[in-house]
Design a protein around this ligand. Structure first.
Ligand SMILES: Cc1cc2nc3c(=O)[nH]c(=O)nc-3n(C[C@H](O)[C@H](O)[C@H](O)COP(=O)(O)OP(=O)(O)OC[C@H]3O[C@@H](n4cnc5c(N)ncnc54)[C@H](O)[C@@H]3O)c2cc1C
Length: 469
């Protein structure tokens, strides 16, 4: 290790950084990790975990309403927002400690301070007692991302997702701006918790990039739950008035709210990292450019996770970190595929999806068969809740492989995770047909869909056949 203070210096103690540091140390590498904020990064502190906890809290609103049809008489429900926040903060603090112990237990040296790259092998960390330098054989940048708010008059009055978890007081009237999954989740969660929520999105439909039918179906369900969803609508200005925040919309209309959340995008966390000094290259969107092995333009520096802005999800950052560790200290055979990454959106109802959307499948495979159903879940025959469930399979007509699987409904994420294994294994529709269902569940519909949708799959098959005749 001549001339180096450590084998691997990791910048960022979030999903990707912690995984890489821990695994590398367990393989015998001498690892140092610098984290400027709370351990666990976005996911643990202001992302997946607190969001899912609040999503659970919001679910209760539906459960209380649904209970009457099952014979339960309950008194009026009231949310104690302070108690929810306190309990969440306590659980997150526990997780911060778990991360600390995991790192120290693996032998990682933990530094609490901001890290800056000085060159390809040197990192400076601003510690409480002054700045110190470390020389490392390799440096891994896992600095994550941060919310970005566009420039418009009144920008200083709006919030980002980072501030939503500790909001004080609870917003009676909330406006959410954005159409991505984070915007939809917060809109749905705060709606469930009792706020009157208006979601504004300038595009034609929420959730760009997801299956078109899923987008339209979810939008419909969110509106049924009471969300005031306004598409093709943007904000021109926000102004503070004695009665609240006044938003002037692009249409000229105006609405008032107690809080405004901007969830319009995230940018890689590269400001103040010293990228220029180290000679790293950035994409036009400000992400660190890496190759398929996560190597940057400087051979000794690697980068994973949101700072590279590929697929911004925790399990993706973890898997990328594992590839890096395997490459530096293992067999070097591990690879990462981005094709079949399953995801869930924790709205009410939830969305679960893996593989290609119908639109992507048609563009890639030409002829596809689409199987779909939408129905009222058994629970809601008694609850009286009008919520419906959508399930959809997209099959490549030539190979019979299921190339996309989508669901909007209760526990969609839990269900789709299992089916993602089947898609990863290359399951065909015939394999789905041979699989016995679990009755009575919603999930069994995925293995009992028999007839393709007429006018979509069939039509595409006919078109493709005509073209090749
Ligand atoms: C509201 C929200 C909800 C989400 N929900 C989900 C979900 O349900 N499922 C899912 O899979 N993903 C979800 N995500 C995405 C997920 O959180 C990220 O993809 C994941 O955290 C990325 O991990 P990372 O290691 O790249 O970065 P991060 O987890 O962001 O970690 C980066 C860390 O680096 C530190 N850091 C940055 N620069 C420096 C520096 N110079 N010196 C020292 N420390 C530094 C930061 O403080 C931070 O702790 C969500 C994100 C948000 C914002």
């Amino acid at each position: 290790m001549s001339g180096f203070d450590c084998d691997l210096f990791v910048i960022g103690g979030g999903s990707g950084g912690v995984r890489a540091a821990r695994m590398a140390a367990q393989l015998g590498a001498r690892v140092v990790l610098a984290e400027a904020a709370a351990l666990g990064g976005t996911c643990v502190n202001v992302g997946c975990i607190p969001k899912k906890l609040y999503s659970h809290a919001a679910e209760y609103a539906d459960h209380f309403r649904d209970a009457a049809g099952f014979g339960w008489d309950l008194g009026p429900a009231r949310l104690d927002w302070q108690r929810l926040k306190q309990n969440r903060a306590q659980e997150i603090a526990r997780l911060n400690d778990v991360y600390d112990q995991l790192l120290r237990g693996a032998g990682v040296e933990l530094l609490r301070g901001w890290a800056t790259l000085c060159d390809g092998h040197t990192v400076q960390v601003a510690l409480a007692d002054g700045a110190r330098h470390w020389r490392a054989r390799h440096i891994l940048v896992a600095a994550g991302g941060t919310p970005s708010v566009p420039h418009f008059p009144g920008r200083e009055h709006v919030l980002t997702s980072d501030q939503m978890f500790d909001l004080e007081p609870f917003p009676r009237r909330l406006v959410v701006v954005g159409g991505g999954y984070i915007a939809c989740e917060f809109a749905s969660i705060f709606q469930g918790l009792g706020a009157q929520v208006t979601q504004l999105y300038r595009g034609e439909q929420i959730l760009r990039g997801f299956d078109d039918e899923v987008r339209a179906f979810l939008a419909q369900e969110l509106v049924k739950h009471g969300l005031d969803l306004r598409l093709r609508t943007d904000v021109a200005a926000v102004e503070r008035r004695p009665t609240g925040l006044a938003l002037t919309l692009s249409s000229g209309e105006s609405i008032e709210a107690d809080a405004v959340l901007y969830a319009t995008g995230r940018i890689p966390n590269v400001a103040g990292l010293g990228l220029e000094a180290a000679g790293l290259r950035l994409s036009p969107h400000g992400a660190i450019v890496v190759d398929e092995r996560y190597r940057t333009a400087v051979p000794s520096i690697l980068a994973v996770g949101d700072v590279t802005a590929r697929l911004q999800l925790t399990p993706v950052a973890l898997a990328e970190a594992m590839v890096v560790v395997d490459q530096l200290y293992g067999s070097g055979e591990r690879t990462m595929g981005y094709e079949l990454v399953p995801t869930s959106i924790f709205t009410h109802p939830t969305v679960g999806t893996v593989g290609l959307t119908e639109e992507q499948a048609r563009a890639r495979h030409g002829a596809v068969r689409v199987f779909r159903t939408d129905f009222r879940a058994l629970r809601h025959t008694l609850s009286g809740n009008p919520e419906r469930t959508l399930m959809k399979l997209v099959v490549d007509a030539a190979s019979d492989r299921v190339v996309g699987l989508h669901m909007v409904g209760a526990e969609a994420g839990e269900i789709v995770q299992g089916f993602a294994v089947a898609l990863q294994a290359g399951a065909t529709k015939a394999v789905f047909d041979r699989t016995i269902g679990i009755h009575p569940t919603a999930a069994e519909e995925f293995v009992t869909l028999r007839e393709p949708v007429l006018g979509s799959g069939e039509e595409a098959v006919a078109r493709a056949t005509d073209a090749s005749a």
